[in-house]
Design a protein around this ligand. Structure first.
Ligand code: CDP
Length: 227
């Protein structure tokens, strides 16, 4: 038994998972786990190594032991470390973003990253966001959320986040194409595909403000954890 609840937040790219999970965790005094950062860290480590990309899908799980990737609790978040180095901006470069989804479909990769994620949730008081938090990593979570938003809305948010301005219709189309490709891959893979976990509450954030979506989720958490 955990001392405190685990809240999972799964959903497609750009649905607002990470920012919402961070704020929900902050308001509850919980810690936030961005599981995508672990997949991105391994992608970054592989890209910086001598292991050629073509070989990644056939690497055994032990092959990743050479990469000292770990989570370090730091206040309301977990830092992602590679050795002594904290990884931040390196995790969101176009090189990493374009390779992280194919890498995440490899069963050995998912197995290798499982222990670190479960360890982070051992005591509870955690809000974990990703693709398989409620289905595979924390199937026994007390609260499960599935966050969605319309494709164009997600693409527009992502563009704004990266470039600081709203996209033209052509830019929006390109961004939406990239997001759709990643979603298709994440939902279509045979291991831990992105799907709404049983018992999860679905929140479509297309027409909600950030504050509204945080409130909807906090109310749901309260209704399930104060019974
Ligand atoms: O922030 P965004 O939704 O764009 O991506 P992310 O959460 O950083 O995740 C990057 C990629 O890692 C996803 O597209 C998935 O391929 C993979 N991922 C996964 O397979 N399982 C998770 N629990 C989290 C991320």
């Amino acid at each position: 038994m955990r001392a405190h609840p685990v809240i999972t937040m799964d959903g497609p790219a750009g649905s607002g998972k990470s920012s919402t999970a961070r704020e929900v965790a902050r308001r509850l005094g919980y810690r936030h786990l961005d599981s995508g950062a672990l997949y991105r860290a391994l992608t970054f480590a592989l890209l910086s190594s001598d292991l050629v990309e073509d070989s990644w899908p056939t690497l055994p799980r032990e092959a990743f032991d050479r990469f000292p990737i770990r989570l370090r609790p730091a206040g309301a978040v977990f830092q992602v470390l590679l050795g002594d180095r904290e990884l931040t901006d390196e995790l969101r470069t176009p090189d990493v973003t374009s390779r992280v989804s194919p890498l995440s479909a490899i069963p050995a990769v998912r197995e290798w990253l499982l222990d670190a994620q479960r360890e982070a949730g051992k005591e509870g008081a955690l809000v974990a966001d990703g693709r398989d938090m409620g289905t595979v990593v924390f199937p026994d979570a007390e609260v499960k959320i599935f966050l969605t938003a319309e494709l164009n809305e997600r693409a527009s948010r992502r563009f704004l986040e990266r470039k600081g301005n709203t996209p033209s219709s052509q830019e929006l189309e390109v961004e939406a194409g990239k997001i759709q490709e990643r979603d298709d891959r994440d939902s279509g893979r045979s291991v831990a595909p992105l799907r709404k976990p049983d018992g999860a509450m679905e929140v479509d954030t297309s027409y909600l403000t950030f504050e509204e979506q945080v409130e909807v989720i906090l109310n749901h958490v309260k209704s399930l954890t104060t019974r």
